[in-house]
Design a protein around this ligand. Structure first.
Ligand code: GLN
Length: 203
């Protein structure tokens, strides 16, 4: 049984719940989804993976910061202390990992520029080429960030040759929203990583 933490501060949460459940069904992986809202949701420990949805990073920082539910700082600490912990971040979630603003190190080394495709009206659906997937996936870029430096990451997804998805050990960070496109490929990667950690087969 995998215990997957889903950050519920704001944004595209329910679609991730559907996607992770679908990915677990596809791979016959029993899963329990733990909704993460506040520090108290972390106390019992035991998370096998974490999903940070997209939405609005400023709002997430306010809602989940020290003046709010207090979730984010301790969650970042757990990720820093568990370098193998599988994490899937999309869009605003990727911004938080690249720039946690809690005084600690970034959780991913890739750097991002917020809203770099333009304003909300400039949002688009584009063909994302994914590592080991034959055909491009049509995915939504919603006031998305852009990677400005992904040199130290492994690039797992591109749009017109530009990195839009990176992987660093078991941390997967995307600038788009696969959960809104009906694909479960990235959630399957997360599950596979979590299963590998459970089996003790990752470095
Ligand atoms: N523009 C948002 C931000 O800066 C991210 C958009 C998204 O997650 N779809 O946080």
């Amino acid at each position: 049984m995998l215990e997957v933490g889903l950050v519920m501060l704001q944004g595209s949460r329910r679609a991730h719940e559907v996607a992770i459940q679908a990915a677990c069904d596809l791979t016959n992986t029993p899963v329990s989804i733990r909704e993460l809202r506040s520090l108290g949701d972390l106390i019992s420990g035991g998370l096998d993976a974490v999903i940070l949805p997209g939405g609005e990073s400023t709002t997430m920082r306010i809602v989940g910061g020290e003046g709010g539910t207090g979730l984010l700082g301790p969650l970042y600490s757990i990720m820093r202390e568990n370098s193998e912990m599988p994490v899937l971040a999309t869009c605003a979630g990727t911004i938080l990992l690249a720039d946690p603003q809690d005084g600690g190190d970034p959780i991913i080394s890739a750097e991002v520029d917020r809203n770099a495709w333009g304003r909300q009206i400039d949002s688009f659906i584009g063909p994302v080429a994914v590592e080991n997937v034959n055909n491009p996936l049509q995915c939504a870029f919603i006031r998305a960030p852009r990677f400005t430096d992904a040199r130290n990451s492994s690039v797992i997804a591109t749009l017109d040759g530009e990195p839009v998805g990176v992987r660093e050990n078991n941390r997967i960070a995307l600038t788009f929203h696969p959960e809104l496109s009906g694909t479960t490929i990235f959630h399957e990667m997360l599950i596979e990583a979590a299963m590998s950690v459970q089996r003790g087969t990752t470095a």
